[in-house]
Design a protein around this ligand. Structure first.
Ligand SMILES: [Zn+2]
Length: 205
């Protein structure tokens, strides 16, 4: 692709770093931004840069937050000894949408995936194990989806905490085969949280 402007080329190159955005799409989007009023394009750029520099991760559950402690963890009406283990904020949003869960979350930041070089140390697992060791968690609900990586991660965490006094359960299997939680419909997801099954039982099936 030949550009008459280096500035345009730079913007297109940056835009095409986004997943699923090829050079042609990037050019179309950049030209769109160029046609917009200057203030609108600057607002867009500012929103991205402010988000990137100012966003925080909750010091308790690791969810994306604007404050040191996220709104869910800071809410006194939540049941703080029931913790739902999820991969990322999209799962938190999906489960919150069901209004079926009043406990807290623990956001791992991914799943164990040796193929992608993601081991337990790359994830927020140790802080979860610490919470269990300190006795502040009575029940852990695994909600990682039934992929091989999800199963591996669940089992790894289970092994770390099985000697402690904590109940483990998992959302009903099969609801998210081949799909992530965010794509599961609210009713099904909500029901699977309410009807969660003991983790040990899921290992036998
Ligand atoms: Zn939090």
């Amino acid at each position: 692709m030949e550009f008459s402007s280096k500035l345009l080329e730079n913007a297109v190159n940056e835009m095409s770093q986004l997943p699923g955005v090829g050079k042609r799409t990037a050019l179309r989007l950049v030209l769109h931004l160029l046609r917009q009023p200057t203030t609108q394009t600057l607002d867009f750029a500012n929103a991205l840069s402010t988000m990137r520099t100012e966003i925080k991760f909750c010091k308790s559950c690791h969810n994306i937050s604007d404050t040191d402690m996220c709104e869910i963890c800071a809410n006194p009406n939540r049941i703080e000894d029931v913790v739902c283990v999820v991969e990322d904020i999209r799962d938190v949003m999906a489960i919150e949408n069901t209004s079926s869960f009043k406990g807290l979350y623990h956001v791992l930041g991914g799943k164990i995936s040796p193929m992608d070089g993601i081991g337990p140390n790359e994830l927020n697992i140790q802080s979860l194990v610490e919470k269990v060791k300190q006795g502040v968690v009575k029940e852990l609900i695994f909600a990682l989806g039934s992929t091989m990586e999800g199963d591996t991660t669940n089992f790894y965490i289970y092994k770390q905490i099985q000697d402690y006094d904590v109940k483990t359960s998992t959302i009903a299997r099969g609801i998210s085969v081949g799909n992530e939680l965010e794509y599961t419909d609210e009713v099904t997801l909500g029901r699977s949280i309410i009807n969660r099954i003991p983790f040990e039982a899921s290992l036998k099936s």
